[in-house]
Design a binder for this molecule. Structure first.
Ligand SMILES: [Zn+2]
Length: 497
């Protein structure tokens, strides 16, 4: 088969102080075949998916269109979104005729001036116009998706990764190709049903009860294949996107009787809803998180600065946890990374081994807290630092480590979530030798830090990735919704209690 593939990934945070344009994609990953731009990204593994390799391994020809990925931030401006969209549509036009289309999208990408901000629905509807009703379209999403109705109507198969951290993008892509193969051969006529679940929450799958729930869905997918159920996915929702589609849900891809697929989606939706209490924020303040970490017998205790996670669209320059480490006079602690290009530049100019007065962090907005004025010693400078994340290698930009009293702080110039211990080791710090490690990440750090962490603490804070969804200034999120509204209530044709 000849399969057209394209990748467009941006998780858009309505509350983020970081604006988004094509420049954000150029800083991360942008391959535009029509302009010959970013050719080095063709064949790059992105979130463990390399379309060329994947399709070839299945005996198919892949025509790869746009590959675009940027760190989460505010919704993109309309003109630059249109550049991305028209690139995909133009690539597809030139690739015709094709047997199938595979789109790897985020599911929570927003653009200014697009209905409900919903880029995925806007794009998929236009792809459908080009290929017509006979060519199957499969869409793989990040589970942090706020899925619009048109996405489900216009694509044949919509599925998401099941794991958070997202370690199964490639396995789910293979499932999507299974579905496309049967559809393109005429053996199957897949469609997708969606059931919305009125809740806002965080649902890491590394702990119970989500761990077992996800495993049960995987088993159910296998068991129900003969009954025409091809894929079952959970939408966790992206709660920093303020849209009419925001919230949790269930996606079922089926090719049998629609009533049965809807019943399965309804059952899974109810089971997911029943697990909602696990996402209640039992998270200590920065003060309590540091106090608790200091009481641990062994290190390193990892404190996740979950609400200042650049991977959710926060700035990554908040000073709340660093301030606490200094206030509690912690020795042998390291924090990575504070995104502060100016501080990184000044420390680089000062050079390793030298002292410098730095105004550190707290620059992008009120949620970041006030900047910290510190006396620092520059420990190391690395303009080429990188980290591996979800199969790719990402530059951290100008990266420095500085010593401030008993705390080592990693400062960098390309805003990024702390995915990997390389954020410490690439600047000469052994993360295993620390008493406390602070990482700016909500959950993706877990994959690589949990093997050596003595304990993991998820801290709360006032930044831009909400942990307590009751207090956030939403305007468009559908109501009623848990936990903002008291249950029982009626929503999406069901009484939720
Ligand atoms: Zn995600």
């Amino acid at each position: 088969m000849k399969i057209f593939c394209a990748t467009m990934i941006h998780e858009s945070n309505s509350f983020s102080p970081i604006p988004t344009s094509l420049a954000n994609f150029r800083e991360s990953v942008l391959y535009r075949p029509s302009a010959g731009e970013g050719r080095q990204h063709l064949g790059e593994v992105l979130a463990d998916i390399d379309h060329l390799r994947l399709m070839r391994s299945r005996g198919h020809e892949a025509v790869v269109g746009l590959i675009a990925n940027a760190e989460p931030s505010a919704p993109i401006n309309l003109a630059d979104y249109q550049v991305l969209r028209e690139e995909i549509l133009g690539n597809l036009q030139r690739a015709l005729p094709v047997d199938a289309v595979f789109l790897f999208l985020h599911g929570a990408q927003m653009a200014q001036g697009i209905a409900d901000g919903d880029c995925e629905s806007d794009l998929i509807a236009r792809v459908r116009e080009i290929v017509g009703v006979r060519i199957p379209i499969a869409v793989e999403l990040d589970l942090h998706c706020n899925v619009g109705a048109a996405t489900v109507e216009q694509a044949d198969a919509v599925l998401a990764c099941l794991e958070y951290p997202h370690i199964d993008f490639e396995a789910r892509a293979h499932l999507a190709v299974d579905i496309l193969e049967r559809a393109a051969s005429g053996a199957s006529k897949p469609y997708t049903v969606m059931r919305r679940v009125p809740m806002l929450g965080h649902f890491p799958t590394t702990r119970e009860p989500m761990k077992s729930f996800v495993e049960s869905l995987r088993q159910r997918e296998k068991r129900e294949k003969s009954a025409g159920i091809l894929a079952i996915s959970l939408c966790h929702g992206f709660t920093s996107g303020d849209t009419a589609n925001t919230g949790a849900g269930v996606l079922v891809v089926a090719d049998g009787e629609r009533a049965y697929a809807e019943a399965v989606a309804g059952e899974v939706a109810r089971e997911f809803w029943d697990l909602r209490e696990m996402s209640r924020p039992l998270r200590p303040s920065p003060h309590d998180a540091v106090k608790h970490a200091l009481a641990a017998a062994n290190g390193p205790v990892v404190i996740a600065d979950a609400t200042d996670n650049p991977g959710g669209g926060a700035a990554g320059d908040s000073t709340h946890l660093l301030r606490e480490l200094l206030a509690q006079k912690v020795e042998n602690a390291t924090l990575a990374m504070i995104w502060d290009p100016l501080a990184a530049q000044l420390a680089t100019k000062a050079g390793a081994g030298n002292h410098i007065a730095l105004r550190l962090g707290g620059k992008t907005g009120p949620a970041s807290g006030l900047p910290l004025d510190v006396e620092a010693t520059v420990l190391a400078v690395n303009p080429q630092a990188t980290q591996k994340a979800q199969g790719g290698v990402f530059p951290l930009g100008m990266t420095v480590a500085v010593q401030v009293e008993g705390v080592q702080v990693v400062i960098n110039s390309i805003r990024q979530q702390t995915f990997s211990p390389e954020c410490f080791s690439s600047i000469g710090i052994d993360p295993r030798a620390q008493r406390i490690l602070v990482v700016k990440s909500s959950q993706h750090f877990f994959e690589t830090f949990s093997p050596f962490a003595s304990e993991i603490i998820y801290a709360d804070g006032p930044q831009d990735v909400p942990v307590d969804h009751r207090s956030y200034p939403y305007r468009k999120v559908p109501r009623p919704i848990w936990p903002r509204d008291d249950i029982p209530f009626d929503a999406f044709g069901t009484t939720w209690n």
